[in-house]
Design a binder for this molecule. Structure first.
Ligand code: HEC
Length: 158
């Protein structure tokens, strides 16, 4: 599964330059494809015959639940391992040692609504998943912001 996502984001980084006005749409399609592929190869979920409804829900949500897995499968493709960021076809800010993560509302708003070349990702996660990944990046990569944002706070920001 992880290699699929790695390849997926490696390709995406090449096909989605920061100036591309279709970037958001491309990201939407990519994430949708990623979620579908992941569902297809997940033994637990793959076993269930996809009814129209469960398939529609599955396409929408990223399946990973914990902050580390979400980071590695969704965020890392752009923000890189260790949150070190990248400069290439676009500028992907480092999340490592990043004082802008001190107030959780800032990264929460960006993940939910997007900002410039960062696509809005809110609809691909439930509130708890967003809280998990935010709490993960705020306590890793040299960041030590241990006050946790809750799912309820994420919900209020949508
Ligand atoms: C498609 C690439 C991409 C993905 C995937 C992505 N980001 Fe970003 N992110 C960006 C870009 C580009 C920016 C800079 C946006 C700007 O210019 O303001 C950014 C900015 C940010 C910022 C603000 C950093 C700062 O110093 O202001 C945070 C926090 C962040 N992203 C968190 C995340 C998290 C958490 C995830 C995963 C849930 C994620 N990003 C997924 C591309 C991405």
């Amino acid at each position: 599964m992880s290699s699929f996502f790695d390849d997926h984001f490696a390709i995406q980084r090449h096909v989605m330059p920061i100036v591309d006005p279709n970037a958001r749409q491309v990201m939407k399609v990519c994430l949708t494809a990623a979620a579908m592929a992941c569902l297809a190869i997940s033994p637990a979920m793959g076993a269930a015959a996809p009814s129209t409804q469960s398939r529609a829900e599955a396409v929408k949500k990223v399946p990973m639940q914990d902050g580390k897995s979400i980071y590695e499968n969704v965020c890392q493709g752009c923000h890189m391992a260790g949150g070190k960021g990248a400069v290439g076809a676009g500028m992907y800010p480092a999340l490592a040692n990043n004082p802008k993560l001190e107030v959780a509302g800032y990264p929460a708003a960006i993940v939910i609504n997007g900002q410039k070349a960062m696509p809005p990702l809110g609809e691909y996660f439930d509130d708890r998943q967003i809280a998990e990944v935010l709490n993960y990046i705020r306590t890793h990569f040299g960041n030590r912001y241990t006050d946790k944002i809750t799912a309820a706070e994420v919900k209020a920001m949508r």
